[in-house]
Design a protein around this ligand. Structure first.
Ligand code: G3I
Length: 368
């Protein structure tokens, strides 16, 4: 038997996440432009969420696949949808090693471009994009996933780093700030809340600040598992970033109940599994459904203790539109979100709603 939530199910007066969050923090989700053609999903999103991130449409590959030719249509549609429903838009992302056109940092033979050429390309891309969306997005994930998870240098070995050098992150912040001094600038990555990556993150933030540039917030992606990392470990990360004077957002939240061969949280796209398990094709058993709800409840109870936590964005809304149906195992039936494939709320929805309701009155109005 599957559990059914009593809190939503077509009742127009049912409380929503954004109402329950009140002024305490923003609750967000992510959509692709194709999702805009799904009326049930868009109705749910417009009702439940304060802010929107583009799953793919604002990444360099989608905005400037061909050097000098900008394609803003899909991203503009998402911005128009967000604003039509009184939602704020979050920009994701100006610089990332995935979904980035080769010409940005490599020559025709795949070799790193000379530093000055790569810097000019990066500047041109960032400034055109930031100016296009000026006044329309609240803030940008300026650089995404720059940090390595391996021993050795702090920065991941990427085309940008090979062409420009270690200061490419600082340069990206400089170009974004110059293009729009009013837009918020974030650094966004996965697993940075965990001790093995936390110090690296703080060192990187320090470098950006040392160059006189603002870092308005840190984005902890939040691609977590049912049993890992422990909420106390996530809390230690939130506290460390808050103590460093950073606003904190959870920017891509989902909790994966399916088994992973490597058993660790995160979102390293290279960790794709061949023939991984697909145990919940027929639905999530009640016991796991309860574990998922309890994990979300524990997580929100912790996050809501920190006034520095300004936003929690889920990476998608329903189980059907989650990227976890295709990673790390392609084509499996996953159940990480608050709503099921029919857009019906799961026990995890009730858990998050209750956590928000119990904290939003006590929490200060922080001018979200
Ligand atoms: O658009 C093509 C489509 O034409 C084709 O038929 C299909 C076949 O597989 O692929 C489609 O492209 C896919 C694209 O998503 C749009 O659905 C790509 O293969 C797929 O790799 C891509 O995945 C995205 C992933 O980033 C890769 O960059 C996910 O949707 C997106 O959710 C994910 O988001 C990232 C964040 O940006 C950063 N943090 C991790 C997070 C999860 O990986």
């Amino acid at each position: 038997m599957m559990l059914v939530s009593p809190a939503f199910g077509g009742d127009v007066a049912a409380p929503t996440l954004r109402e329950a969050a009140g002024h305490r923090l923003l609750i967000g989700t992510a959509l692709s432009a194709a999702n805009l053609d799904d009326p049930a999903l868009t109705q749910l999103v417009a009702t439940q969420f304060d802010c929107l991130t583009a799953t793919n449409a604002m990444k360099p590959m989608h905005l400037q696949a061909v050097h000098g030719t900008f394609t803003f249509e899909a991203a503009d549609r998402l911005v128009a949808f967000a604003h039509a429903h009184d939602m704020q838009m979050i920009g994701h992302t100006l610089c990332w090693h995935q979904q980035s056109p080769a010409w940005l940092f490599k020559d025709e033979r795949g070799r790193p471009l000379p530093r000055e050429v790569a810097l000019a390309n990066l500047k041109e891309h960032i400034q055109a994009v930031v100016k296009h969306f000026a006044g329309k997005v609240k803030g940008w994930d300026v650089v995404n996933e720059a940090l390595s998870e391996s021993p050795g240098p702090d920065l991941r070995d990427t085309p940008a780093r090979r062409a420009i050098g270690d200061d490419y992150v600082v340069k990206a912040f400089e170009y974004a700030h110059e293009a729009d001094p009013n837009v918020e600038l974030y650094y966004n990555d996965f697993n940075i809340e965990q001790s093995f990556k936390r110090e690296r993150t703080l060192r990187l933030i320090q470098q950006i600040r040392a160059a006189g540039l603002p870092v308005n917030g840190i984005g902890i992606q939040g691609h977590w598992l049912l049993d890992s990392p422990d909420v106390s470990e996530i809390e230690a990360g939130v506290r460390a970033f808050a103590d460093a004077g950073l606003n904190v957002s959870i920017t891509e939240l989902d909790i994966d109940p399916c088994p992973r061969r490597h058993g660790t949280a995160g979102a390293d796209l290279d960790a794709q599994e061949q023939s991984g398990m697909d145990p919940y094709k027929q639905g999530l058993p009640d016991e796991v459904q309860h574990q998922l709800a309890a994990r979300y409840a524990e997580l929100f109870a912790m996050l809501l203790k920190y006034p520095q936590v300004k936003r929690v964005t889920f990476w998608g809304a329903t189980d059907g539109d989650s990227w976890l149906n295709n990673w790390p195992v392609r084509g499996r039936t996953n159940h990480p979100m608050l709503w099921d494939r029919q857009c019906q709320p799961k026990p995890a929805f009730d858990a998050v709603l209750r956590a928000l309701q119990s904290k939003s009155v006590a929490g200060a109005d922080l001018g979200k």
